[in-house]
Design a protein around this ligand. Structure first.
Ligand code: GDD
Ligand code: MG
Length: 399
């Protein structure tokens, strides 16, 4: 594929935040021995290079009671070389939706000759294995994993570590376009191929997010993302003393990380997870608080923001979902970060009051934080999980 080179990079301590890079060509043709013309503004990422990175990457699909047809479309778009890990919090009573997902995945793997892992978020073996290693911040009072997208993501991340992958990429299960899924995975691979640091992250920016009203309207920004980006940019501007708008992907659900980076970050419950990943990077490597990890600080943490070509169309969840489950927790992680100064706090309160998400004199709630996965004794966790890996394999799933 052909993609813009990072043109502008903002630095925050040892964090390098690259401004948005556009995809120019989804398919840039055969590898040629002699480049036609050296063009440093644009990079051609060869197919073989993309495949090499895809081979080392697990695509994690968090799902909770999504339409099976959408799930089926999403898995069909994941490039063949990537391992698929599905982490589901779908209902099992009345209608066993988890079983339906497993069956769909099994059939897909059977006909496409590939391997995938599928696990339920409330799996008791998983919970026990984590509890045995003392990793309790992800557990609920009943001893099982807490509900929430972030909790599912972290569980799948640990499974990717057991499967010895180097990279993980997240893709939601409610996407209407398999072609978009395919493009996300390729952008992840292309981003990692450009990274100079082993501690790298790729975040997707949708070119258009169509809204169906009277006709179809191709909207560029989501309302929640717009506000989150504004508040995060305010925080960076106040810390560096230079006004910036570099953050354009504060809420990017579609994003990928090297596992070396993923394992040292602190996560926030539910939908606050994506802004918290950035806050955790700024706190750990922004040079203001003590460096979280000396080796990573030495290499630097690199963030890519890639604008894809396919429009992003997913299920509209409506109701209070955007306000209560997304905006409030997203701004909550910025507000309660030890980096957050008064001006940004005031901006957050102002935005939340305007959206009627809080009342006067109220603050956004403190996020529930999940300790970095590095805290898990991976050897012990692997020993337990390895005995059960067969039961998580989609091909082995019982009929
Ligand atoms: N395993 C698991 N556990 N998956 C979950 C859970 C859970 O408790 N809750 C939701 N999911 C799955 C959904 O089924 C879907 O595949 C994905 O997580 C995203 O959830 P949505 O409910 O579709 O979120 P959204 O579309 O409003 O927001 C998405 O985009 C935002 C902006 O990019 C999410 O990815 C957000 O995290 C993101 O900030
Ligand atoms: Mg969605």
């Amino acid at each position: 594929m052909r993609i813009e080179s990072p043109r502008y990079t903002e630095r925050f301590g040892s964090v390098r935040i690259n401004d948005v890079q556009q995809v120019l060509e989804l398919d840039s043709g055969k590898a040629r021995e002699l480049p036609l013309q050296e063009n440093i503004a644009v990079q051609k990422v060869e197919e073989d290079v993309i495949k090499d990175f895809e081979e080392k990457m697990a695509i994690i699909i968090p799902t909770k009671d999504e339409k099976l047809k959408l799930f089926e479309g999403v898995i069909s778009g994941v490039p063949h070389e990537c391992m698929i890990i599905v982490v589901s919090n779908s209902q099992r009573r009345r209608v066993d939706r988890f079983r339906m997902e497993k069956d769909t995945l099994k059939q897909f793997c059977h006909f496409t000759r590939r391997e995938a892992l599928v696990i339920h978020q409330k799996d008791p073996i998983l919970a026990q294995a984590l509890s045995d290693t003392g990793y309790t911040s992800i557990l609920a009072e009943d001893g099982l994993l807490r509900d929430g997208k972030a909790e599912g993501m972290v569980a799948a991340m640990l499974i990717a570590m057991v499967a010895k992958k180097d990279f993980i990429g997240f893709i939601d299960a409610d996407n209407y376009f398999p072609g978009a899924v395919w493009e996300y995975a390729r952008c992840y691979a292309a981003g990692f191929s450009m990274a100079k640091s082993p501690y790298a992250m790729v975040r997707i920016l949708w070119r258009y997010k169509p809204k169906v009203s009277a006709g179809m309207f191709f909207k560029r920004w989501g309302r929640v993302s717009e506000i989150t980006n504004r508040c995060m940019n305010s925080l960076i501007s106040n810390k560096t003393g230079f006004e910036t708008e570099v953050i354009k992907t504060g809420n990017a659900g579609e994003h990928a990380m090297s596992l070396r980076l993923a394992e040292i970050l602190t996560y926030a419950s539910g939908y606050a997870v994506e802004p918290q990943e950035l806050m955790s990077i700024f706190e750990g490597f922004g040079g203001i608080l003590p460096m979280a990890h000396p080796t990573a600080a030495k290499h630097g943490v690199e963030i890519f923001q890639t604008e894809t070509r396919n429009p992003h169309l997913h299920e509209e969840k409506g109701g209070q979902h955007l306000l209560v489950e997304m905006l409030l927790p997203s701004l909550g992680v910025i507000y309660h970060s030890p980096l957050c100064e008064e001006e940004t706090k005031q901006l957050i309160i102002h935005e939340l009051l305007q959206q009627q998400a809080i009342q006067t004199n109220e603050e956004p709630p403190k996020p529930h934080l999940i300790t970095p996965p590095k805290a898990v004794d991976l050897k012990k966790f692997t020993e337990v999980m390895a005995q059960h890996m067969k039961s998580y394999s989609a091909l082995e799933a019982e009929e």
